[in-house]
Design a protein around this ligand. Structure first.
Ligand code: SF4
Length: 151
């Protein structure tokens, strides 16, 4: 990890693998900006289907806006490794959707899951988008000294 210290803020550039939502919450609560590339593990991407990144969360309405322009509302809460996981789905909208074959193979329609602390994941993703050279900067300033120390 690398810290970029500005006048009033601290930004941490971390490598892939530090992509952990509960850590992001702690980092943000301490007033630090985190920039971490996301590990892409979506099976949908390799199948040529829309991924979660194609859906936009609308916090005010608590819905996901899907690629067909429909609002996909909150449906229920489940848990994953003890963490609450909110599910958004709309069987009705998906049933009549013209682009369903590009979205899901499920007859019940597309389901989008959202962590309780996903706001922090989105904030990190946005920070990464805002600083496209972040990983180059990290490599230039951290990898070489690290390699030297290791040798
Ligand atoms: S299948 Fe459902 S979620 Fe997917 S684009 Fe169509 S309406 Fe939206």
């Amino acid at each position: 990890m690398q810290q970029v210290v500005g006048k009033q803020d601290i930004t941490i550039l971390a490598d892939r693998g530090y992509d952990d939502s509960s850590s992001f919450k702690t980092v943000h609560e301490s007033g630090v900006t985190a920039i971490v590339p996301k590990i892409r593990t979506s099976a949908n991407r390799s199948k040529g289907l829309f991924t979660k990144e194609d859906f936009v969360y609308n916090k005010e309405k608590d819905v996901y806006e899907c690629p067909a322009g429909k609002d996909i509302p909150f449906s229920f809460v489940s848990t994953d490794k003890g963490k609450p996981l909110r599910a958004y789905m709309s069987a009705m909208a998906c049933k009549s959707c013209a682009i369903k074959s590009r979205c899901t193979t499920s007859t019940a329609g597309r389901r989008i899951r959202r962590l309780d602390d996903e706001d922090h994941v989105e904030r990190v993703a946005q920070a990464y988008k805002n600083m496209p050279n972040a990983m180059t900067l990290r490599q230039q300033t951290v990898e070489h000294p690290f390699g030297t120390v290791k040798q």
